[in-house]
Design a binder for this molecule. Sequence first.
Ligand code: UDP
Length: 376
Amino acid sequence: MTQRRVLFLMSDTGGGHRSAAEAICAALAREFPDRYDATLVDVFKRAAKFPLNHAPDLYLPLTQRAEFLWGTGFQLLNHRGTDRLAQISLRLNLMRGVQRILREPIPDLVVSVHPVFNELPRRVLRAYAPRVPFVTVVTDLFDAHRMWFDPGVDLCIVPTDGARRVAQRCGMPADKVRVIGQPISLKFLGDQRTQAEHRAELGLAERTTILLVGGGEGMGKLLDIARALDRARLPIQLVIIAGRNKALADQLRALTWHLPAHIQGFVTNMPDWMRAADLIITKAGPGTIMEALACGLPILLSGFLPGQENGNVTFVEQGGVGALRKNPDDIARLVGEWLTPGNDTLARFAARARELARPHAALDIAHALHQVLDDA
Ligand code: UDP
């Protein structure tokens, strides 16, 4: 049987787009063995001209050091008029490169997991191959940017009802929008081991465990939060995952700790760490939030990227699975409050987390894509 080619349009602007695409690829391989040949393309790197070809390298410094500017830009482009201007600029910069990517060779299905790669590649594809379906998989939990929503696509898969409402406000026809969930790694599907077994396997003590992370790049005030938790002398052990931020891992390892602290660089077994923990403290990355829910883990948000992550905060707070505190001392105080004997907040958050979790989302999306191809 000939394999059908699926082309994923993404970019390493943050870790979430790649994680989402990889989760769907793994789900396609598991549900339909040998039927699909999936390729991931970083469109900014492969198709863009200066300055957009530097977007993946500039994303981290920009979002970390010019947060306000980033948020303002995000909001400015989130209107119908300015969105049109953005599309014109994208066409000027990306058109040639996108034409090249979509023709080498022409795929059987195109899936975008990035807000910037929807209208333009969909139009280019229609010009060459009008029958090849184009699907968008939105990976923002609530207030997704309007660039995600192109009424010309065949299907738009969104993670939550909130995102569906935004899609419809942005002009997406109701019958093209499906709420399925955020695609997360299949490693988050059922695990029979207990929390105590996970702790033992990871070399942790049998003690209340707090997991501190900042996305794939170790973003946010992780050092200050760790210090505040250490000063508070809480009866906990702390696991800090610094991701690819090596400088942060070195700084953390150089500290003198009062509480047991386990410092990790980039880990490839995030589900194990999450299942060993009682609470996660993280910036509002959509991937990490949905992974935490899949592990029934309460969430204390320590910050969010203005614009694209505001909606993720709303999702956590309105969903009753956590809270937001930006100041490190406030974070330590709230953790102390939640751990006070008789306080049932963490138990309530954990129960709601299990209700809101959609660990099968990647598998369901794989089936939806298969269906789109069958219908084409
Ligand atoms: N992650 C990981 N190992 C690490 C740190 C992070 O695998 O050491 C993964 C995490 O599980 C999640 C992704 O990186 O899947 C981060 O995505 P998110 O949407 O939370 O944030 P982003 O990095 O895109 O801002």
